[in-house]
Design a protein around this ligand. Structure first.
Ligand code: IPD
Ligand code: CA
Ligand code: CA
Length: 257
C-alpha cells in the first residue's frame, strides 16, 4: 500500500465521483486469497467484488482500502478493515491504519484494543462538550440529506470532523478520540468491524431513530452511550424539519460582517 501511495496511484471511477485504485484491487486480492486458503468453507463479502458463498455459517466482510478518495489524493487518512460474522453475529473485527501505524481489534465479549492496549469510549456527558464526525458517501451525493445534520451538530458540539474513512471514525469513537459518529448510506464492509469495536469499547450503536442497527441498515449512529439520547432528540427534530440552529443567510459581502 505504501508503494502505491508513494508513486501516487491513478484511479478509475466506479460511478460518478466513486473512485477505485489498483491498491484497492491488490489489497483485496491478497486478503481474499489468504482467507480462502486458511478458511476454505467461509463465505466472503468484499467491496471490489470478491464474493464467495461458502458452506459454513462463517462470513468475512472485507474493505481492502477504506478511504480510497483520500488515498488517491495522497491525503493520509485510510485503513484496511476486516470483520468476521458467525451465524449472523459479529465475532471479530480489525481496522488497520498503516500511516500511524495503529491496529484496532475487537472480539465479541473480549473487549476492544488499540495496538494490544484495551480501549474505551469517552466519558463526555453533554453534546455541548462533544467532538463528533460524519461522512458523505460519493454515491448519489446529490440526494444526501446529511448536510442538515452536519449543520445542526456543528452548532451544538465542539465540531464535526469529516475524515473520509468511515472505519477510522468508528475506531476513534471506540478509543475516545471522538464522542460520536454518524453516516447515511454505509455498506456492510464499511461498518462491520467498527460496530463491534464501538460496542466492545462500551459505546452505543443504533440507526438514526434509535432502532437497532444491523449490517443491512445503512444509516448508523455510534457514540459513547452517554450522549446517545441527546443526539437522537436533535436528530428527531431535524427529521421533522425543525432546525434548532437556522442556516445563516448568504449576504452580498462574504464573511457575514
Ligand atoms: C468510504 C469512506 C468514506 C465514507 C463512505 C465510504 P471507501 O469508503 O469510508 O468515509 O463517507 O461512505 O464508502 O469507498 O473509501 O472504501
Ligand atoms: Ca469503505
Ligand atoms: Ca473501499
Amino acid at each position: 500500500m505504501a508503494h502505491y501511495l508513494e508513486r501516487k496511484v491513478g484511479f478509475e471511477l466506479k460511478a460518478d465521483y466513486d473512485l477505485v485504485t489498483a491498491a484497492d484491487r491488490a489489497s483485496e486480492q491478497l486478503i481474499v486469497e489468504r482467507l480462502r486458503s486458511h478458511f476454505p468453507t467461509h463465505a466472503i463479502m468484499a467491496e471490489e467484488g470478491g464474493a464467495y458463498a461458502g458452506s459454513s455459517n462463517f462470513k468475512w466482510y472485507v474493505d481492502p482500502l477504506d478511504g480510497t478518495t483520500n488515498f488517491a489524493h495522497g491525503y493520509p487518512v485510510f485503513n484496511v478493515t476486516i470483520a468476521l460474522e458467525q451465524g449472523g453475529e459479529l465475532v471479530a473485527g480489525v481496522i488497520y491504519d498503516p500511516t500511524r501505524p495503529e491496529l484496532f481489534a475487537a472480539e465479541c465479549g473480549g473487549g476492544a484494543y488499540l495496538n494490544n492496549r484495551r480501549i474505551r469510549v469517552s466519558a463526555v456527558e453533554r453534546l455541548n462538550d462533544a467532538l463528533t464526525s460524519t461522512g458523505f458517501p460519493s454515491r448519489k451525493r446529490h440526494q444526501n440529506i446529511n448536510i442538515h445534520f452536519y449543520h445542526q451538530l456543528a452548532m451544538a458540539t465542539h465540531g464535526v470532523r469529516r475524515g473520509g474513512a468511515a472505519a477510522l471514525d468508528f475506531a476513534y469513537v471506540a478509543c475516545g478520540r471522538l464522542d460520536a459518529f454518524w453516516e447515511f448510506g454505509l455498506n456492510p464492509w464499511d461498518m462491520a468491524a467498527g460496530l463491534l469495536m464501538v460496542a466492545e469499547a462500551g459505546g452505543a450503536t443504533s440507526d438514526m431513530r434509535g432502532g437497532s442497527v444491523t449490517l443491512q441498515s445503512p444509516h448508523v449512529l455510534v457514540d459513547n452511550g452517554l450522549i446517545h439520547a441527546e443526539i437522537l432528540d436533535l436528530f428527531g427534530e431535524i427529521f421533522q424539519g425543525r432546525h434548532r440552529f437556522p442556516m445563516p443567510q448568504i449576504v452580498a459581502e462574504a464573511g457575514g460582517k
